[in-house]
Design a protein around this ligand. Sequence first.
Ligand code: BT5
Length: 315
Amino acid sequence: MPDTRQRVLAAIDGTPRTGPALADELGITRAAVWNHIDALRDEGCEIDSTDDGYVLRSLAPYGPASLAYGLDCPAAIEYHDAIDSTNRRARELADAGEIDVAVVANEQRAGRGRLDRTWAAPPGGIYLSLVLEPALTPVEAPLLTMATAVAVVDAVAPTGVDPHIKWPNDVMLATREGERKLCGILTAVEGEADRLRWAVVGVGLNANVSPDRLPDGATSLQAACGRHVDRRGIVQRLLTGIYDALDAPSAVLPAWRERAGTLGRAVRVESNGQVIEGTAIDVDTPGVLLVDTGDDVVRVHAGDCDHLRPITAAD
Ligand code: BT5
């Protein structure tokens, strides 16, 4: 059941509706109608007041009601203009028993990567953490990262960029200068041996951000496209993509392989203090990288991976 603000949006989308007509239709007071219209305008929705009533001209580029409007998946949106970390907040919600909530922020002040590394998160990026209760065991959790990476690649495709996945949790763009990191994924899970109690999938995607606000080795959609991109559309496609992937877990690995830049490449992987060099030949359930070192095929479960010959725009 969509909340009242979503019903207001739907009612004025396409056809003008007067305040009293809306109040009647939605079973709320006229003052409440006015409050919703006011809040939607504050968010950045363009709503005209015509002789025939209120009519929606455009949604806000980014904001809670606009992100939720038309979203075709079970996730509710919790939006913050600024927050310390969407993953921190999502874990808090998960611990309190909330499921199917996407925490989205325009800016993070203490964004985190793996192993407590810093994630630069200036305004204009996509910072999103989705609380899920997937039908997976903790051992299968890497599948969530893979499904999300696939969903990221597909969600940004309409902007015209064609990124690839770098094992285990990066989405990269080939530029003339070499490979640049566009997106990082951070998955946290909690559960018993046979079942996940919750999972939080965090996505940091450099969208409308200038690369000089990002660390070396990073790029953004804005830099690649030469313009601002539609973050709302990307977030909505990303969320539906993650749910769709989890509905068909056996399709995740093949989809990941199709979008991967790592396979067939010379790689150096650091895993638990060990360095493995060789050719990345495949991935296996639940996200294991197979590296052919020449002597042996090593199964790597976790680690940091470098492509020894970076993929460039010329490839
Ligand atoms: C990651 O870690 O790539 C996972 C990043 C997940 C960030 C999201 S944002 C929403 C949610 N809330 C959070 O607090 N986190 C998640 P890792 O593989 O450890 O890579 C971290 C490294 O990427 C850093 O040490 C930097 O070298 C680099 N880095 C930092 N910020 C970056 C950025 N904005 N773009 C590209 N690279 C970045």
